[in-house]
Design a protein around this ligand. Structure first.
Ligand code: CU
Length: 163
């Protein structure tokens, strides 16, 4: 009886192992995690409302993390300014933070009235229809270059149709 139990158990264990292995290999095809295990970010809807002056400008976008690894947005750079900050809005006041979470299989939304990228001291003043390039830096993922569309000052992505 004892020997039979042991054998059944061994068979069950090896079956489990086989399932785990096949589950693993089929998973790697459908996952967005790159081979080195870094999360990969996709950015959509990036825009900057036309700046009122050359002092500052905000930028908004949605950063999507399709991987199983949580990450953080840690900084933003752009040819338009040497001082880009990540701001959150609390009690209608904005304040600088050093990083923002991009959850696993989730997204970080930068939108009017909330989290945003802030350009301090613009090198020029972009107009509606211009493009502004920014590079997003993450704790784990590779940097992502994004082209922001410069929109009219009242533009709000949430109010536009089809998005
Ligand atoms: Cu701000």
């Amino acid at each position: 009886m004892n020997a039979r139990t042991t054998r059944t158990l061994a068979a069950a264990l090896s079956l489990t192992a086989a399932l785990a292995i096949s589950g693993c290999s089929s998973d790697s095809g459908g996952s967005a995690d790159s081979a080195d295990g870094k999360p990969k970010m996709t950015v959509s809807g990036g825009y900057m409302p036309e700046p009122v002056n050359d002092k500052m400008a905000g930028a908004f976008m949605v950063i999507k993390n399709d991987s199983k690894t949580a990450d953080k947005l840690t900084g933003v750079t752009s040819p338009l300014s040497d001082d880009l900050q990540i701001h959150e809005t609390k009690d209608q006041k904005m304040q600088q933070v050093h990083s923002m979470d991009v959850p696993a299989n989730g997204e970080l939304a930068l939108a009017r009235g909330g989290n945003h990228v802030m350009f301090m001291g613009l090198k020029n003043t972009p107009k509606v229809g211009d493009k502004v390039t920014v590079e997003l830096h993450f704790e784990k993922a590779d940097p992502v270059k994004v082209e922001l569309d410069v929109k009219e000052r009242t533009y709000n992505a949430q109010n536009s149709n089809g998005h």
